[in-house]
Design a protein around this ligand. Structure first.
Ligand code: ATP
Length: 306
């Protein structure tokens, strides 16, 4: 793994308010990392620190081997950033806007204009941005962030305002870049869509990092039960299968389905019992805790800490 970003014991205070508290992590080339947390958890502040738009109160940050807060931060030209609230000059067309940012970054204008097609704005490229919908402005923001094939892409709530089709296109574009070696860090509140896309999740709470890892790792750490749904034939109304082990209290859902909350270490034994039941068992669904549930669990754990 090739680290592109190193954040070590970073603290950022705004007056008496601590936005980021002793955060450490490294990001690697080719990783797509989701940064999640409640409003005010410190996500945007972390991105602005990586961009050199803010200086840390304490701790150190290294981006592509450089300190972003130093005067000469030449690595900046390898960074793409989509801010939380994109705003453009409404009098310019998308084409003019994109050309402006390409020149600003010292990148070829023609290549930057091709990105308008990538984000589905080709047909509207000659229209003034003032006539754009929110989703179209968001697409333009993404096109701007992609200029110059960034080695690190920082996307602050990028899918807000995008329709389902464009969300899919957006993730396709970003995943392709990650596969080619770009580090992608994206903050979002849309946990369901991140679950199957982000290889790693960092959870922030009140400025502290409270969890960091793949979804599988977070599931192991959280030790939340897995829901096991069994479709069982021949049950009378309200009846529960007699062959389930006593450690697995179950409840009846609709029709012939019973649901069990299985602790991680009980899962396999429970499935063994269920499959031994022979013809009574018609179907099995195993539903591990989702990212919403994991997030809520890590926040509960963090709140219990002194
Ligand atoms: P959201 O999900 O709402 O975008 P966030 O996780 O990105 O939230 P930040 O914008 O990083 O949160 O804010 C972290 C904390 O820092 C908040 O308490 C916020 O009020 C505070 N903060 C951010 N910018 C400033 C500023 N310029 N001056 C003072 N406080 C600030």
């Amino acid at each position: 793994m090739i680290p592109t970003v190193h954040i070590t014991e970073v603290i950022k205070r705004y007056g008496r308010n601590t936005a980021v508290s002793g955060v450490c992590f490294a990001l690697n080339a080719g990783e797509m990392v989701a940064l999640i947390g409640h409003n005010g958890a410190g996500k945007t502040t972390l991105m602005k620190l990586m961009l050199g738009l803010l200086r840390p109160t304490d701790g150190s940050i290294e981006v592509l081997g450089e300190n972003p807060a130093a005067g000469q931060f030449s690595a900046r030209r390898h960074l793409g950033y989509l801010p939380e609230n994109v705003s453009f000059d409404t009098a310019l067309t998308a084409r003019e806007t994109q050309a402006f940012y390409a020149r600003l970054k010292g990148e070829p204008v023609a290549k930057a204009l091709e990105l308008l097609d990538v984000v589905g704005l080709g047909a509207a490229a000659a229209r003034r941005v003032g006539t754009y919908s929110k989703g179209m402005r968001q697409r333009l923001g993404l096109a701007q962030a992609l200029i110059g094939r960034p080695r690190i892409l920082l996307l602050d709530e990028p899918t807000t305002g995008l329709d389902p089709e464009l969300r899919q296109t957006f993730y396709d574009v970003v995943q392709r870049l990650a596969a080619e070696g770009t580090t992608v860090l994206l903050s979002s509140h849309a946990l369901t869509e991140l679950e199957e896309r982000a290889g790693r999740v960092i959870i922030m709470n009140r400025g502290f990092k409270v969890a960091d890892g793949s979804i599988d790792k977070l599931r192991n750490l959280a030790q939340l039960p897995t829901k096991i749904r069994l479709k069982v034939s021949g049950l009378a109304p309200g009846e529960l299968p007699h062959w389930l082990p006593s450690f697995a209290p179950c409840r009846r859902l609709n029709g012939h389905v019973v649901e069990i909350d299985a602790a991680p270490e009980q899962k396999i034994e429970l499935l063994r019992h269920a499959t031994a039941a022979g013809t009574a068992l018609e179907d099995v669904d195993v539903i591990p805790p989702n990212l919403d549930e994991l997030y809520a669990q890590f926040l509960r754990q963090a709140e219990r800490m002194p």
